[in-house]
Design a protein around this ligand. Structure first.
Ligand code: NDP
Ligand code: GUE
Length: 295
């Protein structure tokens, strides 16, 4: 089983080490460092975990890192004002507003107001379009990009392979499809969602499955063919009284029944999650180099 694991945490650490070298050499050259601002509205415990690990990683790379926590009942105008301030702050190169925001906030409008040059999440329509058209100067969204990087660094052949993506969100499913059909990646893609007629039949035809459903252990062994490469994007908290925190983390894939059939599989935790953070750091460095015109 051990040799089937795609160790996202280990690969993410390699990427971070590569970034660390580049950051320090650019700092020496320019006297400047990348700046990342993360905006969190409310104090959802799971979101806090991610935001804190982003901040910790940014600090460990020597980035200028800012965390802004706004009250849960913040108005649209208050959030927009913070975004505007960060757009105009020359020490900030990357802006991330943690998703999902509380219901009174119009997320689409917030994203539209982030300077696309600082949109390190890759959520602004201008970046979505640049990535979709295969232009070089967008920001690939961190989670799908992290999944692709896992496949590349695990030497998984994508060319001519059938990738089945389960989920069509703007954060994961859709941009994942957009990356998998790029020239050079060259997969044939099927996108599934809650209205897909026979999900098992679609997944059984896959060489590569990418699961982003948001339902704990939803994809089971009977839905997967022998030899499939399985990338589990899901991060779910499931109550578990036997754990010190009272919950355990699991993916959207039922690891126990799927792993015996998979040729390669990502674990949760330690799979896609750490890659998302590594790609965010990479995009922030990219934004820094573009804005400061160095590197
Ligand atoms: N590792 C990481 O860094 C990240 C992990 N995540 C995790 O990934 C998962 C997905 O996140 P996200 O894309 O934001 O979630 P969303 O809830 O936005 O999207 C879920 C998708 O799954 C589809 N779906 C729901 N039920 C079914 C079903 N029964 N059969 C087939 N498809 C179904 C939905 O279909 P429909 O559109 O029809 O409703 C939707 O397209 C979550 O577990 C989340 O925590 C998310 C972001 C980053
Ligand atoms: N604007 C925005 N951008 C995002 O990229 C974004 C977001 N909003 N909202 C929430 C999702 C989720 N997400 C994760 C990042 C890292 C881990 C991660 O590092 N997970 C660890 C475990 C962490 C733990 O112990 O809870 C792992 O899987 O090994 C998980 C999830 C980013 N997201």
């Amino acid at each position: 089983m051990e040799d089937k694991l795609i160790r996202g945490k280990v690969i993410a650490d390699e990427i971070i080490a590569e970034l660390r070298e580049e950051v320090s050499s650019l700092k020496e050259k320019s006297g400047k460092v990348p700046g990342l601002a993360v905006v969190l509205i409310g104090e959802d415990p799971a979101s806090q975990v991610y935001v804190n690990s982003k901040e910790k990683m940014a600090n460990s790379l020597g980035y200028h890192s800012v965390k802004i926590v706004l009250p849960l009942d913040s108005s649209q105008e208050a959030v927009l004002a913070v975004v505007e301030e960060l757009n105009n702050d020359p020490a900030i190169h990357g802006i991330l507003v943690q998703s999902p925001p509380p219901p009174q906030i119009d997320e689409e409008q917030i994203i539209l107001n982030i300077n696309p040059q600082k949109d390190v999440d890759g959520f602004h329509p201008s970046n979505v379009g640049l990535v979709f058209t295969g232009a070089k100067d967008g920001f690939p969204p961190c989670t799908p990009w992290g999944c692709l990087e896992l496949l590349k660094r695990s030497k998984v052949e994508t060319k001519g392979k059938h990738a089945v993506i389960v989920g069509r969100s703007n954060i994961v499913g859709k941009p994942m499809a957009s990356l998998m059909i790029q020239k050079g990646v060259d997969s044939t893609v099927t996108i599934c969602h809650s209205r897909t007629a026979d999900l098992g039949a679609e997944i059984r035809r896959a060489d590569i499955v990418i699961a982003a459903v948001g339902i704990p252990e939803f994809i089971t062994g009977d839905m997967v063919s022998e030899g499939t490469v399985v990338i589990d994007v899901g991060i779910n908290r499931v109550d578990d009284e036997t754990r010190p925190r009272g919950y355990r983390l699991c993916g959207d894939v039922d690891f126990e029944s799927v792993a015996p059939k998979a040729s390669l599989i990502t674990p949760v935790p330690g799979g896609v999650g750490p890659m998302t953070i590594a790609m965010l750091m990479s995009n922030t460095l990219l934004a820094f180099k573009r804005i400061e015109n160095i590197g």
